[in-house]
Design a protein around this ligand. Structure first.
Ligand code: NAP
Length: 279
């Protein structure tokens, strides 16, 4: 409960659509675990209404999560940006600063790396990684993968220019862009990160089997039905493991919770509860 107030602090996740969001349930569980009373709701805002809606909410509310399709807008409207938000050009967390100012953060990359290296036992140092997609989520995780020691990050996107731009922005000799039609000639990877929205949109994502070998881990940032097609492909291609993005979702939420409350919750019981209810 905020100091001096009879009401719990208010938080929200903004998206369009947003009805499916697990964020309210995750943050309620974190709050219960940490003994922090909070009120967390999902708010559907169209792109045209987003900036006004989030500013109105944060005039009284304490923080916001931002989901598709508002992450770039959230980054742009903030008065201050964390390094992770600046380099990605997108934000999934907004915090309130004094005098009505807003700060943007991006915890998608830290969430992915923590899930991969911790829960999924997928080491990143020295690994060859294929990143499929160059949208907001791909931009949010690419730097963190390199920071975690990935040796070579190959970025492939339907619109090749976006992959070239991302590889250029990464500016590292360890990042390169390749064309989608050349996927079959790229050999196999230690880790394949699927960061397109094809699954969410119910669209096919044709991938050649040779991208995976018996040591490969396939990781889809989506979860639930949206991840099924890629996970089926990875298993069919002979990958060692195929994981969805539920763990990343919980880890990025815990990093947001830490920004708001100064304390990072234990994610394992929350992950187990969500995984159990999804089973
Ligand atoms: P976005 O900014 O809209 O980008 C979409 C990306 O998907 C672009 O690279 C786009 O390529 C590509 N794409 C869309 N349809 C495609 C198709 N049919 N075939 C091939 N590529 C296609 O979306 P985003 O924010 O990056 O989100 C991507 C996914 O990550 C979503 O499913 C989202 O739910 C998930 N995500 C999960 C978490 C988590 O915590 N687990 C966090 C963030 C995001 P073009 O450039 O050619 O359009």
């Amino acid at each position: 409960m905020p100091h001096g107030s009879a009401f719990p602090a208010r938080y929200a996740v903004f998206g369009h659509p947003i009805g499916h969001s697990l964020s309210p349930a995750i943050h309620r569980m974190f709050g219960e675990q940490c003994g922090i009373a909070l009120d967390y709701v999902a708010i559907d805002a169209t792109p045209a209404a987003f900036a006004d809606a989030v500013r109105h909410f944060l005039a009284g509310g304490h923080g916001a999560n931002v989901s598709l399709p508002h992450k770039a807008a959230a980054c742009a409207l903030a008065d201050e940006r964390s390094a992770a938000a600046s380099r990605a050009g997108s934000a999934n967390v907004l915090t309130r600063l004094p005098a009505g100012r807003l700060a943007a953060h991006n915890t998608d990359g830290s969430g992915l790396v923590r899930d991969l290296t911790g829960r999924q036992h997928c080491p990143l140092h020295g690994r060859r990684v294929l990143l499929l997609g160059a949208g907001g989520a791909a931009r949010g995780v690419a730097w963190d993968l390199l920071d975690a020691g990935v040796d070579q990050l190959t970025i492939v996107n339907r619109t090749a220019d976006s992959a070239v731009a991302l590889a250029g922005a990464l500016g590292a000799t360890r990042a390169r862009a390749r064309h989608w039609q050349d996927l079959a000639g790229l050999g196999s990877f230690d880790l394949i990160v699927h960061a397109t929205s094809a699954g969410v949109l119910g669209q096919p994502l044709p991938l050649p089997p040779g991208l995976a070998n018996p040591q490969t881990i396939g990781y889809d940032l989506s979860y639930g039905r949206a991840a099924q097609s890629f996970l089926d492909w990875a298993r069919g291609a002979g990958a060692k493991a195929a994981c969805d993005g539920l763990g990343m979702l919980v880890e990025q939420a815990a990093d947001a919770f830490a920004l708001w409350h100064g304390r990072r919750p234990d994610t394992d019981p929350v992950y187990a509860q969500l995984r159990g209810s999804a089973a």
